[in-house]
Design a protein around this ligand. Structure first.
Ligand code: DC
Length: 218
């Protein structure tokens, strides 16, 4: 029996995570937060003090790291047995993830880890290249975006709510930098998959976005 897959791609801070989780919960499907795999690798690389220019050292960390995902109500991630959930959302983790995600060999090593999430009764996969590279045969594809200013505002609010330090102008610059890096890289850049439903959430409520995505499945 074919396992249904819904891919939700888009830039950082567009609300993919919240929307994907809500849709997965509503459908009773599994959920892949592919960004958290790149973020986990970033944490491992930073922890081991690996030089970000040393591609083969980064690839070897990717090959040997043991990741466990616990996704019930909240996502809990363990790296080599240690809970790293609290570090996943840090801006430094995200920007390092974006740098190492540009390495083709890193993407190749992490491909199977992502495809393993495709299990019955279905999968909602969120990231940058879910519909273009990881699950090109997915029946339903969404590209979810919002203006950089709106995404920066949302990220700022999220960080403050979690008790982290945050600076709006700096977040805006970081988001624009990350967009550029994720879209301009040669390997699996952020791009709208063929046949994807394009949603600009700048002026939409979360519920309206979730409803639009669920309508696609229905
Ligand atoms: O979605 P996110 O912000 O958690 O992702 C962090 C970084 O990981 C992002 O800037 C680029 C990289 N990434 C990727 O290259 N491909 C994906 N499918 C998901 C994330």
């Amino acid at each position: 029996m074919a396992i249904p897959v819904l891919t939700i791609d888009g830039p950082s801070g567009a609300g993919k995570g919240t929307v994907s989780r809500a849709v997965a919960k509503k459908l009773g499907w599994n959920y892949l937060d592919s960004g958290s795999i790149y973020r986990s690798l970033a944490i491992a690389v930073l922890k081991q003090g690996v030089d970000l220019a040393d591609e083969s050292a980064i690839v070897s960390v990717a090959q040997t790291m043991a990741l466990e995902f616990d996704c019930h109500d909240e996502l809990v991630v363990r790296l080599d047995g240690v809970d790293i959930t609290a570090k996943l959302g840090l801006e430094s983790t995200g920007s390092t993830a974006s740098i190492i995600a540009a390495l083709p060999e890193v993407r190749r090593v992490l491909l199977q880890k992502q495809q393993d999430f495709k299990q019955l009764p279905g999968l909602v996969a969120d990231g940058r290249d879910m519909g273009t590279v990881v699950f090109p045969d997915a029946k339903n594809k969404v590209f979810l975006t919002a203006s950089a200013a709106e995404r920066a505002k949302r990220r700022y609010k999220q960080l403050i709510e979690k008790g982290n330090d945050a600076n709006l102008p700096r977040i805006t610059t970081e988001i624009e930098e990350r967009d550029r890096r994720d879209s301009e890289r040669k390997n699996a850049p952020l791009a709208v998959a063929g046949g994807a439903l394009y949603i600009d959430s700048s002026e939409m409520t979360l519920d309206a976005v979730i409803e639009e995505v669920l309508n696609l499945i229905r």
